[in-house]
Design a protein around this ligand. Structure first.
Ligand code: NAD
Ligand code: UPG
Length: 429
């Protein structure tokens, strides 16, 4: 099958490579010419394990093409996936500006029947809105269908999640279009659930908000655990053994970040508000998450008292391991707090880089060991597995004072204390 992808970001690039891997012929377009130029040369603009190899493979196989001629791309393809960004507006609502632009561009080049699939995360009812935008812009009486096929991949696991998703959700009211999409995904052995476009759109936000709720819930329990001197990891394990609850997304820490959970929780709150529905549970989820980086910071202040001129090593910048994405990363909030209190901050991350506003005030080191040397304390902000393998016994004597605040509960408490560290995690860890 021939497929066109609009938007060569995380989702568009991964989806394009997935379809190429399934044997389809994929064309990808993006308004960002530099991204297209780089992708044509096999260069990914983000760090995502395994994706670069697949890109090289399918550029060579000719199954994926990154195209500059956008009009021709629309005219030549009758199955189009929209994967543009839907960022957060100031009031928390989803910004559909890029989606509207892409829809109207399709409309002005609508030469024959097309199936338009929205993969971007969009509020319930957006498929209907896209239909209207296209109807109002198209020049000729050509028919089309708009479907919803939300994406559930995680950054850092994009390839695995694309090839082995827990489910494929399709919002479609046209049986022929549904059959075509089922054919497109034929190689994927996962449940294929068909519902209305609006329900598909709401499933996406509900899933992300539920996972965010699990995280905020365990983070609140962790604060109680600190007070009661009970280990939150034991509590999470015992609770998660109940199959109705499950073990995943019960890791207490410094809160969720990234380009999805924070914005999607706020967008669902906005949808509820616009419909006069009280979704206060999600307002609380958001508020807890806003406070969680500050909770670790408070522990630092309580122990060190003054941070002025203290050297603090921060391990991890990205919002989670296996990605260089620093959007909404709790690590950045903590670094800002440290700077505000006069601390000298040295950071390390295996792949992520400091944002422009921090490069002059914070020093990024090439290795964790360099950042730790002469530090008055270490703050672990991202759960990069390599931090477990630091020679903790060896490096202890290079610190001014051996104190670790583990915002991801990733090190072994007993081991760290036996080496001689003052070690504090989240939730009496
Ligand atoms: N990043 C993730 O892990 C993830 C996972 C699931 C769902 N989503 C959702 O998928 C959508 C895309 O996310 P992303 O992370 O890939 O975003 P992104 O910002 O990485 O990529 C979006 C791309 O769309 C391009 N674009 C914007 N307007 C365009 C237009 N009119 N024509 C062509 N290209 C255009 C941009 O230049 C950009 O390259 C969002 O709605 C997001 O919430 C993201
Ligand atoms: O027990 C946990 C699990 C995660 N996190 C944090 O939660 C955030 C999000 O993690 P994760 O869900 O793994 O990353 P994303 O790549 O943001 O993926 C989420 O957002 C995507 C975009 O919508 C969805 O497609 C995915 O299904 C959904 O998991 C990160 O900061 C994690 O550190 C925790 O604090 N505790």
């Amino acid at each position: 099958m021939n497929v066109l992808i609009i938007g060569a970001g995380y989702v568009g690039t991964t989806t394009g490579l997935l379809f190429a891997e399934l044997g389809h012929s994929v064309t990808v377009i993006d308004v960002d010419q530099k991204k297209i130029n780089d992708l044509q040369k096999g260069k990914l603009f983000f760090y995502e394990p395994g994706l670069d190899t697949l890109l090289t493979k399918h550029l060579a196989s000719g199954k994926i093409t990154f195209e500059n001629d956008h009009q021709r791309a629309i005219k030549d393809n009758n199955l189009i996936f929209i994967c543009v960004g839907t960022p957060q507006n100031q009031d928390g609502s989803a910004n559909l500006h890029f989606l509207r632009e892409a829809s109207e561009f399709i409309a002005s080049n609508l030469n024959e029947y097309k199936i338009i699939v929205i993969k971007s995360t969009v509020p319930a009812g957006t498929s209907k809105q896209v239909k209207l935008w296209i109807e109002n812009t198209k020049k000729d009486p050509v028919s089309f269908d708009v479907l919803s096929n939300p994406e559930f991949l995680r950054e850092g696991n994009a390839l695995h999640d694309a090839l082995y998703p827990d489910r494929i959700i399709l919002g479609s009211e046209n049986d022929k279009a549904t059959a075509l999409l089922q054919e497109l995904y034929k190689g994927i052995k996962s449940p294929f659930f068909v519902t209305t476009p609006s329900a598909a759109e709401l499933i996406k936000y509900t899933a992300n908000s539920f996972l965010a709720t699990k995280i905020s819930f365990i983070n609140e329990i962790a604060i109680l655990c600190d007070k009661l001197h009970i280990n939150v990891q034991d509590v999470a394990k015992g609770v998660g053994l109940d199959l109705r609850i499950g073990q995943l997304f019960l890791e207490a820490g410094i809160g969720y970040g990234g380009s999805c959970f924070p914005k999607d929780v706020l967008a669902l709150i906005d949808t509820a508000k616009k419909n006069n529905i009280d979704l206060s549970i999600l307002e609380k989820v958001h508020a807890i998450n806003e406070n969680q980086p500050g909770y670790l910071f408070k522990k630092v202040k309580t122990r060190l008292i003054s941070l002025a001129a203290k050297k603090i090593a921060v391990l991890g910048l990205s919002f989670k391991a296996q990605t260089d994405d620093i959007r909404q990363s709790p690590s950045l909030k903590i670094i800002q707090n440290l700077i505000n209190e006069g601390a000298i901050v040295e950071v390390h991350d295996p792949v992520a880089k400091l944002p422009g506003n921090l490069v002059d005030t914070v020093c990024q080191k090439d290795s964790a060991e360099e950042a730790i040397t002469n530090a008055d304390a270490i703050l672990i902000c991202t759960d990069w597995p390599q931090y477990k393998n630091i020679n903790w016994a060896g490096i202890k004597n290079k610190m001014n004072s051996p104190i670790i605040f583990d915002g991801r509960n990733m090190l072994n408490t007993a081991e760290m204390r036996s080496i001689g560290y003052i070690y504090e995690g989240i939730g009496y860890n």
